[in-house]
Design a binder for this molecule. Sequence first.
Ligand SMILES: [Zn+2]
Length: 209
Amino acid sequence: MARLLKCQYCGKKDVFTEETMVKHENVTSTGKTQNKYFHKECYEPFKKEQAKKQAESKRLDKLVQMAGSIHELEKSESGSYILPRMWYHTIQDWRNGTQRYTMNFKKKYKKGIPYQVLTEAYKQSQDAIKWSKLNKNFDSVKSEIRYGMAIVNNKIPDAMKKLKQEKMLKEKNEKTEKDRIEMMELERDVNYKDVKKDSEDMTDILGDW
Ligand SMILES: [Zn+2]
C-alpha cells in the first residue's frame, strides 16, 4: 500500500516517494524527534520560513533581555527575565501594527515595529526608566513597566531613525567595499594585459633571432 503523507507546508496529501517528497527530522522543545514530510518544491520555502521565525524569536529574546535588565526584573529558571503578560500583549500589538483603539480594528501580522527598533527604543529610554524607578513610587512592578512602556513609545521614532541611518551606512560601506574589489579586479586584468602585451612585444623582438 502506498503511504499517503501530508506535506507540512502546503497541507496537501501525497504518496511518498523518494523522488517527490523529503523527510525532515524535527526536534521538539522537549527533545523528541518527529518526522515531517514535505514536497521537494515545498521544502525550500518551508526552511526559509523556519529561519525567519527563528530570527524573529531571537530578536524577541534580545528585547526581553533589554527590558528585563533595565527594569531589573527577576529571572526564570531558564535564565530569561520574567515580564508580565500585559507587556507581551502590548509588544505584540506594536510588532504586528495592531491599533486596538480605532474603529473596525483588524489583527495584522508583523506589519508594525520590528523588535530591533523596540530594543533600541528601550536602550534609549534606559536613563529615563531608571530615573522613574528611583523617583516615582510605583505601587507594583506592573505599573513601573507600564510607565516604562509609555517612555519607550515616545522613543520609537528616534530609534527607528537611528537604525535606518545605521542600515544606510552599512549599505554604503558594503557598496564601497564592492567597488574596491571591482576596481582591484579591473586593475589586475589591466596589469595582466600589460604584462602579456610586454611579453608579446619581446617575442616580436626576440622572435626574429
Ligand atoms: Zn507541499
